[in-house]
Design a protein around this ligand. Structure first.
Ligand code: FHN
Length: 456
């Protein structure tokens, strides 16, 4: 086996490549409650509510979704009457959770209450909920929580914090944006709205209900914190820490009081050792829209997962089930394909750290105007103690050349392949790996670099 190893210049860090991740903040590393999150890497986001019944259509317009009540300008009384027809007899919590599990997802975040203020669980503090306010009469969150416990998936809840179109005391926006996301049909006077009344009357009781009635909550996933005060955010955080100390809180609790950062519909250019998560739709809508066929390809979704993990983040991938309670077929197909890939390559994703190489190594460059970053999709890298995994998107015909590594390489192989180890040459400048002619995987093939420090 021709593997020339030249004594490398000593580097202070494990790798000579410039770390594309910022230095970790001590708080993030030392936080034990984040351990499962750092390991999990991949979760299912579910946007499902009475708005799903409309399938994105209202009075002939087909571009609605979970904002239906606002975008279709539906008065609260009419929306409440419309909600009564919600009766998803095809809903099967076990099936949904099994689809998530088979996709390799480790946690599930479900909309417990979106901006319409309609609780998708049996809320004692507001009868604007799925048990009291629809023909369904069942509590889907309870069924999902039980199914998650049964299948070993962490159950997490989304809660719209600063927007609630059922409550008269939820002002939004300031200055020229005053009222920009409010229900001005039923509650037209923003100046009469007092957020603390909504906070005491609805938010606190509902957050408490979710923390005490549905078993362990993996993440309290707040959204659109709007005009909440720092004291109110702090009060919520203290309630969560008291009732469920292991529950993680995302940054949208407001006032920088969350445990991790959220990126929505995009992947940041730089990585970070601090925990963060990118949430994305599979097409162009969060909740079900029957005419939206703009589905991202499985390959694109897999690239996003790998790009995110190579930057130290988690991927929260969304599905929008129908009003009948079914997960759209295109979503199911993509999730199943990703799960099959993870069956073979999961060790290069779960529990992995960010790439040891800088953005330059991945061929990133500024666009002409220097404004946008032009991503290239040749490869990404993830790490584990004693290993570097190179996820190759475009299989090179002349082998793989990487920036140098400060540690000696013990061996190089391809995940999922029982072929002989690959030949490589490691110098002070770079690492050259001889690859087989064709890519083992039609979407992404993973080259595993085992370092001499790897545990036997
Ligand atoms: O307005 C919501 C939107 O409907 C969706 O829930 C996303 C998911 O992160 N959050 C808000 C937009 O940022």
């Amino acid at each position: 086996m021709r593997n020339t190893i030249v004594t490398l210049l000593c580097c202070t860090t494990l790798f000579c490549g410039q770390l594309s991740a910022q230095e970790p903040s001590t708080q993030a590393i030392s936080e034990p409650r984040m351990d499962w999150f750092r390991e999990a890497k991949f979760g299912m986001f579910i946007h499902w509510g009475v708005y799903s019944m409309a399938a994105g259509e209202w009075n002939g317009d087909t571009n609605h979704a979970e904002w239906l009540q606002l975008t279709a300008k539906i008065p609260l009384a009419q929306y409440t009457q419309y909600a009564k027809d919600f009766n998803p007899q095809r809903f099967d919590a076990d099936q949904w959770v099994e689809i998530a599990k088979d996709a390799g997802m480790q946690y599930l975040v479900i909309t417990s209450k979106h901006h319409d203020g309609f609780a998708m669980y049996d809320s004692a503090s507001s009868d604007h909920n799925v048990v009291d306010g629809t023909d369904f009469k069942r509590d889907p969150l309870k069924e999902l929580a039980d199914a998650c416990a049964k299948h070993g998936i962490r159950f997490c809840v989304y809660y719209s914090l600063g927007r609630d179109w059922e409550d008269p005391d939820t002002p939004t926006g300031r200055g020229e944006k005053k009222g920009f996301r409010s229900n001005l049909i039923d509650f037209p006077n923003e100046d009469e709205k007092v957020f603390s009344r909504y906070f005491e009357r609805k938010v606190k009781p509902q957050v408490r209900e979710l923390l005490t009635g549905y078993g362990p909550i993996g993440i309290f996933w707040f959204d659109t914190y709007g005009l909440i005060s720092k004291e109110e955010s702090l009060e919520l955080k203290q309630m969560i820490r008291t009732l469920q100390p292991k529950c993680i809180i995302n940054e949208r609790i407001g006032h920088k009081l969350g445990d991790y950062k959220v990126s929505e519909q995009e992947i940041p250019a730089d990585g970070s050792y601090d925990p963060w998560e990118s949430c994305m739709t599979m097409n162009d809508h969060w909740s079900y829209n029957r005419v939206d066929d703009n589905w991202k390809s499985t390959e694109k979704l897999l690239q996003n997962l790998i790009d995110i993990v190579s930057k130290g983040g988690n991927f929260l991938l969304n599905i929008g089930p129908t009003g009948e309670g079914e997960i759209p077929e295109p979503s199911q197909q993509r999730l199943a394909a990703i799960g099959q890939w993870l069956e073979i390559n999961g060790e290069a994703v779960y529990g992995c750290g960010p790439s040891p190489f800088g953005k330059k190594a991945e061929g990133r460059k500024k666009s002409k105007g220097g404004k946008k970053e032009v991503k290239t999709w040749k490869w990404r890298a993830t790490t584990k103690p004693g290993h570097v995994f190179v996820h190759v998107f475009k299989w090179p015909s002349d082998g793989l050349t990487l920036p140098t590594l400060s540690e000696k390489i013990a061996s190089v192989s391809i995940l999922g392949s029982d072929a002989d180890p690959l030949e490589f040459e490691q110098t002070a400048d770079d690492v050259k790996i001889t690859l087989p002619e064709s890519a083992p995987d039609e979407m992404v093939s993973v080259v595993r670099i085992k370092l001499e420090s790897a545990k036997p």
